[in-house]
Design a protein around this ligand. Structure first.
Ligand SMILES: Nc1nc2c(ncn2[C@@H]2O[C@H](COP(=O)(O)OP(=O)(O)OP(=O)(O)O)[C@@H](O)[C@H]2O)c(=O)[nH]1
Ligand SMILES: [Mg+2]
Length: 198
């Protein structure tokens, strides 16, 4: 079906999902693309709803559980309402950092989105990759293969060997996954285009 492209910002707690989503939203607004934002829980950064409204878009927050499981219906409802009421180019979704990305696809599929319309951007924090490997290996094994694009974030504070290790982990679970390395505070347009796709 024709319709908005869905970009999922996945990644573990604190990896930089909200920071990146907000930069992408701003860039889309500047290039006159219409986008909606769905966030599941507001984390450390928070999203200033009023500020976002001034910038021209509303934010839908889904609280009280995780959109990958207990709140899948809320996600479906929200998507249905968005599709019925707005002409959108993009829907940017930040699932909770504890979400299982695989479990989000059924709600998207029930709302009429095909796999081709969904872009799963996985954000990885290299400063914590050692810890991830040690205690979150099942999370990496389940989520990296589902990604359509990987973002290695926080390169301003990560050591070179941590970045290299992160690249290796990505390769291990998803051989040819396109990857970009960023410092979210110094994103350039070209990087944003790569991240959200054409
Ligand atoms: N130095 C540096 N800090 C970053 C970068 N990206 C994000 N951060 C910081 O990392 C912390 C977490 O960023 P968020 O964008 O809230 O991450 P999140 O994945 O949305 O977090 P949760 O929603 O809580 O899972 C914040 O303190 C950010 O300022 C980066 O590229 N460099
Ligand atoms: Mg967040």
């Amino acid at each position: 079906m024709d319709g908005p492209k869905v970009v999922l910002f996945t990644g573990f707690l604190g990896s930089g999902k909200t920071s990146l989503l907000l930069h992408c939203a701003k860039n889309l607004a500047e290039t006159k693309k219409r986008s909606a934002i769905i966030v599941n829980e507001v984390g450390e950064i928070g999203i200033d709803n009023l500020q976002m409204k001034k910038m021209g878009y509303a934010v839908w927050e889904i609280f009280g559980g995780c959109i990958c499981c207990t709140l899948a219906i809320s996600l479906e409802d929200t998507l249905t309402q968005l599709m019925a009421n707005y002409e959108l180019d993009y829907i940017l979704i930040e699932p909770s950092g504890a979400a299982d990305p695989a479990a989000i696809y059924p709600a998207l599929s029930h709302s009429g989105f095909s796999k081709e319309q969904i872009r799963n951007v996985m954000i990885l924090d290299p400063t914590r990759i050692e810890m991830f490997e040690a205690v979150l290996e099942p999370y990496l094994a389940a989520s990296v293969p589902l990604a359509d694009f990987a973002v290695i974030n926080k390169i301003d504070v990560a050591a070179a060997d941590e970045i290299k290790k992160t690249e290796e982990v990505i390769k291990q679970y998803h051989q040819d996954l396109p990857t970009v390395q960023i410092n979210v505070k110094h994103l350039v347009n070209e990087q944003i285009q790569k991240i959200i796709g054409g």
